[in-house]
Design a protein around this ligand. Structure first.
Ligand SMILES: [Zn+2]
Length: 103
């Protein structure tokens, strides 16, 4: 299980992009992996289709372990631990453990 959702801003805790932040593009809850925009980039080469056309280098963000990521709270702007609370209507909400606000 991961607390991370698509669209979250996250901070990367380890690896080559350590201490960088980025927006989550995709989450795979089964594998506990998340893809972060512009991070964990690999280069793929696309071969030219015709002679004379240049090959392209594509930058592709690869999924990384969600345990390496921490959600940045939009309220206190800091990487925060996420808590789960169920409100009076029975709705599950994510809250920042730092400032207590909904995320
Ligand atoms: Zn907060």
């Amino acid at each position: 299980m991961t607390n991370i959702k698509k669209g979250d801003l996250v901070k990367i805790l380890s690896g080559k992009d350590r201490s960088e932040t980025g927006k989550v593009l995709k989450v795979n809850t089964k594998l506990n992996m998340a893809t972060v925009e512009g991070r964990n980039i690999v280069f793929r080469h696309r071969k030219p289709k015709k002679g004379g056309e240049k090959g392209q280098k594509l930058r592709i963000p690869m999924p990384m372990r969600a345990s390496r990521l921490m959600v940045v709270c939009p309220h206190c702007k800091k990487p925060a631990r996420i808590g789960h609370v169920t409100d009076e209507k029975g709705m599950k909400r994510r809250v920042c453990k730092r400032c207590g606000k909904n995320i």
